[in-house]
Design a protein. Structure first.
Length: 325
């Protein structure tokens, strides 16, 4: 880049190593289509903070002790910032104006960073792909999609109208979208998925799971579960799980059908309730739901196996079904 080249030449004339330039900062005026290719030492860093309003960003973890950025700046870019501030490194594309810019091209670049560092990303109409990081990770975008693979520790990904596609996440995982879809595969640890006007799908070995939708459907395939909470409004939820010895399941639905399929022989105390014309279907034992004397409601309590676990369910104007696989 022009700014880096001028600094490098000045340092060379003084007999100082060019690498010293790379240990300070890069901040310069920019123009559309300009290439960026910068590197800074990661010494003393604990956080990389990335901001890009439009375009797409790929963030990759590695084992080297440096942070690099490469790619191409989009239209209406005023400045590109790549600088250290204390224990944080900032990567930011500054645009001249946010008005009438929906059709302008965004910046597209890749950030490679030590996988042990924390990372924050913020964008508007910016797609994000995050790969192979092992520390605290937070990604927020408005209308962009998020792809996340092989992340660990504390993970929080959110998009307003974009989709979230995750693979091999481990740790404390929180994924949320307003009008997008969540597709989670092979996660483990503690999992929380939330969507409004969007569907949620997960195949996970997480032992603590929370799934929530409004005007969307939930499909899940879980492993051994210690805690499961499902909340559905105007959408259906169905899937399978293995309930641990003292596991706990709580499900609720409004205008929703909920189906729980238990792998192997489930050992749990079941208490299920349906109101406003809702139904209860039991395919685990021969126990039948009883209708209320007054009002369109029903309830069912029974014990399967030794009853060490607990299953609680409540639906309003819907159906709750439990069965064994």
């Amino acid at each position: 880049m022009k700014g880096t080249t001028l600094l490098s030449s000045a340092f060379s004339r003084l007999g100082l190593p060019v690498g010293l330039v790379l240990g300070i900062a890069t901040a310069f005026n920019a123009y559309a289509g300009e290439r960026i290719d910068e590197t800074l030492s990661a010494d003393g860093l604990s956080l990389v903070n990335i901001e890009n309003m439009r375009g797409s960003v790929k963030i990759i973890g590695h084992d080297d002790d440096e942070v690099s950025v490469s790619g191409e700046l989009g239209e209406k870019v005023d400045r590109f910032i790549f600088e250290k501030s204390g224990n944080m490194l900032r990567v930011k594309v500054v645009y001249r104006s946010t008005r009438h810019s929906n059709n302008s091209s965004g910046s597209r670049f890749t950030v490679a960073m030590p996988k042990s560092l924390s990372m924050n990303f913020e964008g508007v109409s910016s797609d994000v792909e995050v790969l192979d990081l092992d520390s605290h990770i937070e990604v927020k975008t408005v209308s962009g999609d998020i792809v996340a693979k092989e992340l660990k520790d504390n993970i929080e990904l959110s998009s307003v109208s974009g989709d979230i596609d995750s693979r091999d996440l481990a740790g404390k995982i929180r994924l949320s979208t307003i009008s997008g879809k969540i597709d989670d595969r092979d996660s483990s640890g503690r999992l929380r998925l939330k969507a409004v006007s969007g569907d949620v799908e997960t195949r996970s070995t997480a032992q603590q799971v929370s799934l929530s939708v409004v005007s969307g459907d939930i499909e899940f395939e879980l492993g051994e579960v210690e805690e499961l909470a499902i909340a559905s409004v105007s959408g259906d939820a169905s899937g399978s799980l293995t309930l641990l010895h003292h596991g706990d399941v709580k499900v609720s639905g409004v205008s929703s059908d909920i189906e729980l399929a238990f792998e192997n022989d489930v050992n749990a105390d079941f208490r299920l309730h349906a109101s406003a014309g809702g139904d209860i279907v039991n395919r685990i034992t021969n126990d039948k739901a009883t209708r209320a004397k007054y009002g369109p409601s029903s309830k069912l309590s029974f014990t399967a196996g030794n009853g060490t676990g607990t299953v609680r369910g409540n639906v309003v104007s819907g159906e709750i079904k439990v069965r064994s696989k």
